[in-house]
Design a protein around this ligand. Structure first.
Ligand code: ZN
Length: 267
C-alpha cells in the first residue's frame, strides 16, 4: 500500500516536473529579433491608402519593446537584392514593384528564401500590370471578379493544422472588404495550401456587383515560397475584428518563423 501511495505521488508530482527543470516559459528579446520592410503606396485608390495607414499602425504596435525593427517605404527603387535580403519579411500592402530592376530584385529575394506577407492589391495583376512571375509565385490565375460594395463575409477556415490557423474558430465573420476571386483558383495548384475561403453560404454575394458562385479562396500559401497571401485590405475597417487580427498576426509570425537563417522567435 505504501509503495502504491509513493507511486501515486511520483506520478502526480515528480513526473510532470521531469524535463522542465530549466524550462523558464518566456524568452525575452535581448535585441530586436529581425527586420521587416513594409512596402505600400500612398497614391493608390483612397480605400487602399486608408488600409495602408492602418496596417502601418498595426505592425508598428507589434514593435513595442523593440521586438523587431519595422521600416516602411513607398518605393523599392533603392532596394536591390542585397538590401532586401537583410529583411526577414517584406509586407506588401497595396501595390507591386515597378517593372525592371524592382521586380527582378523582388523575384531574386523570394526565389532565395525571402519572406513575403501580402494583402489585397499586392496580388492584383492583369494586362496593365503584366507581371507573369507574380502569378507563378501566388500559385493562381489573375484577378477574375470582385464583390461591390465592400462587405463583411462569412469565412471558412479550411485547416486548423497550420500554424497560421491553429488557434482560430472553424469559421468567422470578417470585416467589410472588397474580395477578389481568381481564375484559375489557387486550389487547382497542388503546391498551394488554402487556409481560408469565402463560404458558399455568402452567395449571392454583393449589392451592386454580385458574385453568384465559384471557388473563393482568400488566404493561402504557396509551399514553394516563404509566403502567405491575405486577400483583405480594402478600407478602414480591416483591423476592427479580433479574429481577423489574430489571423494577420499568425500569418506574419509564421512567415518570419520560417526564416532560413533560423526562427527569430527562438533567439
Ligand atoms: Zn480594393
Amino acid at each position: 500500500m505504501r509503495k502504491f501511495i509513493l507511486f501515486i505521488l511520483w506520478v502526480m508530482i515528480v513526473l510532470p516536473m521531469s524535463g522542465q527543470e530549466n524550462a523558464y516559459p518566456a524568452n525575452y528579446a535581448r535585441a530586436p529579433r529581425f527586420k521587416a520592410l513594409l512596402y505600400y503606396s500612398d497614391t493608390a485608390e483612397s480605400a487602399h491608402v486608408d488600409f495602408a495607414h492602418q496596417a502601418i499602425d498595426f505592425f508598428h504596435r507589434l514593435t513595442y519593446g523593440e521586438g523587431y525593427i519595422l521600416e516602411t517605404t513607398t518605393s523599392l527603387a533603392d532596394y536591390d537584392y542585397d538590401r532586401l535580403r537583410q529583411y526577414s519579411v517584406v509586407i506588401v500592402i497595396n501595390t507591386t514593384p515597378a517593372p525592371g530592376a524592382e521586380r527582378e530584385a523582388m523575384e531574386k529575394y523570394m526565389e532565395n528564401g525571402g519572406g513575403w506577407l501580402g494583402f489585397h492589391a499586392a496580388a492584383y495583376n492583369d494586362a496593365s500590370t503584366d507581371w507573369p512571375w507574380l502569378n507563378e509565385f501566388l500559385g493562381c490565375g489573375r484577378f477574375y471578379c470582385n464583390n461591390w460594395p465592400p462587405q463583411c463575409a462569412y469565412l471558412d477556415i479550411e485547416t486548423l493544422e497550420s500554424p497560421v490557423t491553429k488557434n482560430l474558430p472553424a469559421a468567422f465573420v470578417a470585416p467589410e472588404s472588397e474580395w477578389y476571386q481568381w481564375n484559375p483558383s489557387p486550389r487547382e495548384n497542388p503546391d498551394v495550401e488554402i487556409l481560408a475561403s469565402i463560404s458558399p453560404k455568402n452567395y449571392p454575394f454583393g449589392i451592386k456587383d454580385v458574385i453568384s458562385h465559384g471557388d473563393f479562396p482568400v488566404v493561402w500559401r504557396n509551399k514553394n515560397y516563404r509566403m502567405v497571401y491575405l486577400n483583405y485590405g480594402h478600407g478602414d475597417r480591416e483591423f476592427t475584428d479580433a479574429t481577423q487580427n489574430l489571423l494577420t498576426l499568425n500569418a506574419f509570425r509564421y512567415v518570419v518563423s520560417q526564416d532560413p537563417e533560423g526562427n527569430p522567435f527562438e533567439k
